[in-house]
Ligand binder design. Structure first.
Ligand code: ZN
Length: 243
């Protein structure tokens, strides 16, 4: 089955809609979301509605769990905490209930799904080969998908060798039929790899391949909506740089 993998939408409706339109042109049979549907962005209700309508699988991310009150806001940066509090005020009860029903980890078609990492599905950022090794040591599945860092990347540990990692660009394709893998589709709503377009991925569960994709969205419209709502200026500015 061809599956579109999205993560870290963060209330960015323009980016999510652009990705969904792109996904529709690929023939993907399902959409799996690795969490953080809300937080940061101006349209948390729309993003929840789109995720509920389109995602066969959806994990809970740390921002989702903070907005539902499941985890405290203490560990969030100032801007992230402000945005989370604003999201709590505007999010419909129905969407809050839905977010509460989600788990930060899952398993589909033999693929491990984690919002953050197999060691800590809520908080750990996997951005080094050392951490990737530790995660692969505890992962029950040979291929794991993670989000949370907002960086499109892959780590692989071939049988009997050390793990290596690479950031991933649009069009990069991998054959994952051998070795242990930890892969990140990047972020739909707030990319942080220096490329200001929405990151996502196509996973072919039969062929064992992954292909990274990027989709342009109307950054100015997203920024204008956030500014109108007086969301933190730093969160507005970073969208233009993809950082
Ligand atoms: Zn996130």
């Amino acid at each position: 089955m061809l599956v579109a993998i999205v993560s870290d939408i963060h209330g960015n409706r323009h980016a999510f809609e652009a990705v969904l339109a792109d996904v529709a042109s690929t023939g993907a049979g399902e959409l799996w979301c690795l969490g953080d549907v809300v937080g940061y962005g101006a349209d948390p209700n729309d993003c929840c509605a789109l995720a509920r309508e389109n995602a066969a699988v959806c994990l809970a991310g740390n921002h989702d769990l903070a907005v539902t009150g499941t985890i405290p806001l203490d560990e969030f940066s100032h801007g992230a905490a402000l945005a989370a509090r604003w999201t709590q005020e505007v999010l419909a009860d129905d969407h809050v209930e839905w977010l509460r029903s989600l788990s930060p980890q899952g398993d589909e078609e033999g693929v491990g799904l984690y919002h953050a990492s197999p060691r800590d599905p809520v908080w750990e950022y996997v951005l080094s080969t050392l951490l990737a090794e530790l995660c692969l040591d505890v992962a029950e599945e040979r291929v794991c998908l993670v989000g949370h860092s907002h960086v499109a990347l892959s780590f692989v540990r071939p049988e009997g060798e050390a793990a290596t990692g690479d950031t991933r660009r649009a069009g990069d394709a991998l054959d994952m039929s051998d070795g242990e893998w930890l892969i990140n589709p990047g972020s739909v709503g707030q990319p942080r790899d220096g490329i200001p377009t929405a990151g996502w991925m196509l996973l072919d569960t039969d062929a064992g391949t992954a292909t990274w994709r990027r989709t342009a969205f109307d950054i100015a419209a997203v920024q204008a909506a956030m500014t109108r709502l007086a969301l933190p200026e730093r969160l507005v500015a970073r969208l233009a740089y993809g950082l």
